[in-house]
Design a protein around this ligand. Structure first.
Ligand SMILES: [Zn+2]
Length: 166
């Protein structure tokens, strides 16, 4: 998988409408420096439509982030099923081209990589834990020292109780 595979050339549009499909694998995340995730499988469809001075990109995502539960370290799959709509404006103004969402009329080539990556990150739960995963079950934690974990909970309750007394 290469970054250039995510570039769409809107000059090549035939009927002003086109749909692009991307099958993402771990290689997708390897393209990102310091990627938040390393493993995943996604199907991404992008319906593009070209108008006189705008282009709409209607994304739909479905797939999984494969990770490890932050709490119990068991392998988990986190489902991400989402959509996104981007609107690009075509312009001849070179100043505007430095801004986001503007494309040159003469060179309407756009990389969808960052939008795909960003959307997957936005829709992945912040906590990678069993409860947020496909199985939606609570973690099975085998404590090496069960007293230690109880103390942690007790401490929090003690703090709460103090607040209630006030
Ligand atoms: Zn877990």
């Amino acid at each position: 998988m290469k970054l250039s595979e995510f570039e769409i050339d809107f000059n090549k549009f035939k009927n002003e409408k086109d749909t692009f499909n991307f099958k993402l694998t771990d290689a997708f995340f390897e393209l990102k420096e310091k990627s938040l995730y390393q493993n995943g499988n996604f199907n991404v469809d992008i319906k593009c439509e070209k108008f006189e001075d705008t282009i709409t990109l209607d994304y739909s995502f479905d797939g999984f982030i494969n990770s490890q539960c932050d709490r119990c370290l068991n392998p988990i799959k986190i489902r991400v099923n989402t959509s996104r709509l981007d609107i690009l404006k075509l312009t001849l103004n070179s100043n505007l081209l430095n801004e986001e969402n503007y494309l040159s009329v003469n060179h309407p080539v756009y990389s969808v990589y960052d939008s795909i990556y960003e959307q997957i990150c936005l829709d992945t739960p912040t906590r990678l834990i069993c409860e947020n995963s496909e199985i939606q079950k609570k973690c099975i934690i085998k404590y090496l020292n069960s007293n230690e974990s109880n103390d942690e909970v007790d401490e929090r309750w003690a703090e709460l109780k103090k607040l209630i007394k006030k």
